[in-house]
Write a protein that binds this ligand. Structure first.
Ligand code: SF4
Length: 102
């Protein structure tokens, strides 16, 4: 099942040229796989999300992560558990739109 991106005006990764996080330390967005350590929890999410909040390509970034099923990191200001939940919701909505059941 595929998703229609909300907005896509560039090629698949051209949007990355406009990313606010270009050149930043990737550890702000990724911190060792898909689990946070207790002391990293909150702080890193907050920092990454604050950076993403001022990024002009948030939608493209989030769509890219969801469409490519990227499990780790904060993309488009959305962290891993939020993204998994959003992905499930999009799948459910796509099923309903196709005439299926929830
Ligand atoms: S939304 Fe966040 S992670 Fe995505 S490109 Fe922008 S700053 Fe980077």
């Amino acid at each position: 099942m595929s998703y229609e991106p909300r907005r896509r005006t560039y090629g698949d990764t051209d949007w990355m040229q406009e990313a606010v996080c270009r050149g930043m330390n990737p550890e702000i967005f990724f911190w060792g796989g898909t689990k946070w350590s207790a002391d990293q929890k909150g702080a890193d999410r907050t920092q990454a999300k604050a950076i993403c909040a001022r990024c002009p390509v948030r939608d493209e970034c989030l769509d890219y992560a969801i469409n490519n099923n990227i499990p780790a990191g904060t993309w488009g200001g959305v962290d891993e558990p939020e993204r998994a939940s959003l992905r499930r919701r999009r799948l459910r909505d796509a099923r309903v739109a196709a005439g299926g059941t929830r």
